[in-house]
Design a protein around this ligand. Structure first.
Ligand SMILES: Nc1ncnc2c1ncn2[C@@H]1O[C@H](COP(=O)(O)OP(=O)(O)OP(=O)(O)O)[C@@H](O)[C@H]1O
Length: 344
């Protein structure tokens, strides 16, 4: 096994630079998720680790080998794609063993490894089937099986769950997590789904516009987002950002004062939906839509021209159009500079 060290990596397509000097140090055995909105460069970064895209600057090392100029086959990695990329005319067993066959491994060794991977992934009874006779989840497992049999130093996943329906996605997410707990192979997992990143990863790299916004454990990002972008990207529903004005150590929002971080001028008061409390001295907000999910009540509101979301553990039957008073929990406030978005 091996870690992955990414140092000052740059990537351009023609004259346009799309990755602007990225640094990430992934430990041996760690599960790291790359997240960010569409076009932020996460797939490009993954493909550079895989050797599928040339690098324009910086170095990538897997273990103690700099791999910049090594072709994919010599990097000791295995990649699982969104489309699974299975051979339609080969059986599950042939798909899973193909890379070993190409590498001229012994027939008995291939059989042994394929059987072992099939066992881990509950695919044993499907080994003779063709991919078209499998469900989406089973195909996904074959794609993972193909990666496992090679026993690589690093697994690279490029949005592997995005073709599955919601229920299967959650099931496969758990399977991937169990697999990682069992094999402890260093993993880099690209997704645009922050929940997937939160639930799977040891650490998350949040990207935007070809740059890293923040790297941290899921709860570090949730509790201490470095800026307003990370604050709203991590967590669903998103953190509310209320326009405020800072002076004399206080931040004024809607005529109420909150103990702030200091400074003067425009600031954003960040509060997560679960940290809005019903209170008579709360901020007056207009109820737009109420969504009861059974386990909780999600409420969409308007406050001084801004959209606000609140989530309650209890059931509430608020009338649409009515006014409720909600107070940001003083123990869970976040403040950001309104101009730069940086945490204060
Ligand atoms: N072959 C290419 N030629 C030119 N520009 C490209 C090429 N491939 C990607 N890009 C650009 O590079 C940037 C990063 O793309 P990338 O696919 O890595 O983003 P992403 O974060 O993975 O997005 P998505 O979630 O939509 O897949 C985008 O602006 C994209 O338009």
């Amino acid at each position: 096994m091996a870690g992955v060290k990414i140092q000052d990596i740059r990537k351009s397509y023609g004259a346009t630079e799309v990755i602007h000097g990225v640094n990430v140090d992934i430990s041996d055995g760690e599960f790291v998720a790359l997240v960010g909105p569409s076009g932020c460069g996460k797939s490009t970064l993954l493909r550079m680790i895989a050797g599928l895209e040339p690098i324009n600057g910086g170095t990538i090392a897997i273990g103690d080998r700099v791999v910049n100029n090594l072709p994919p086959a010599e990097r000791d990695i295995a990649m699982v794609f969104q489309t699974y990329a299975l051979y339609p005319h080969k059986s599950v067993a042939e798909n899973m063993g193909f890379a070993l066959k190409v590498a001229k491994a012994d027939r008995s060794e291939i059989d042994r490894r394929v059987k072992e991977a099939a066992e881990i992934l509950s695919l044993t009874e499907y080994l003779d089937r063709k991919p078209r006779h499998l469900s989406g989840g089973q195909r996904q497992r074959v794609a993972m099986g193909r990666a496992i049999v090679r026993d690589p130093q690093v697994f690279l996943f490029d949005e592997p769950l995005s073709n599955l329906d919601a229920k299967l996605r959650i099931q496969m997410r758990t399977e991937i997590k169990e697999l990682h707990q069992r094999l402890k192979t260093t993993t880099v997992f690209v997704t645009h789904d922050q929940i997937e990143a939160m639930t799977l990863a040891d650490r998350i790299v949040v990207m935007q516009g070809g740059r890293i916004e923040q790297v941290g454990t899921p709860l570090e990002l949730y509790d201490n987002p470095a800026n307003a972008f990370v604050a709203t990207f991590i967590g669903a529903p998103s953190m509310n950002l209320l326009a405020g004005h800072a002076a004399g150590g206080q931040v004024q929002v809607g005529g109420r004062q909150f103990a702030g971080p200091g400074g003067a001028g425009k600031q954003l008061l960040g509060v997560r939906p679960e940290h809005l409390i019903l209170a008579d001295d709360g901020l007056p907000m207009e109820v737009k839509v109420v969504e009861p999910t059974g386990s909780e009540t999600m409420v969409f509101l308007r406050f001084e021209g801004q959209d606000v979301t609140a989530v309650f553990r209890e059931r509430h039957a608020f009338e649409s159009g009515s006014t409720v008073h909600l107070k940001p929990d003083p123990d869970h406030l976040h403040f950001f500079d309104a101009e730069t978005g940086m945490r204060l």
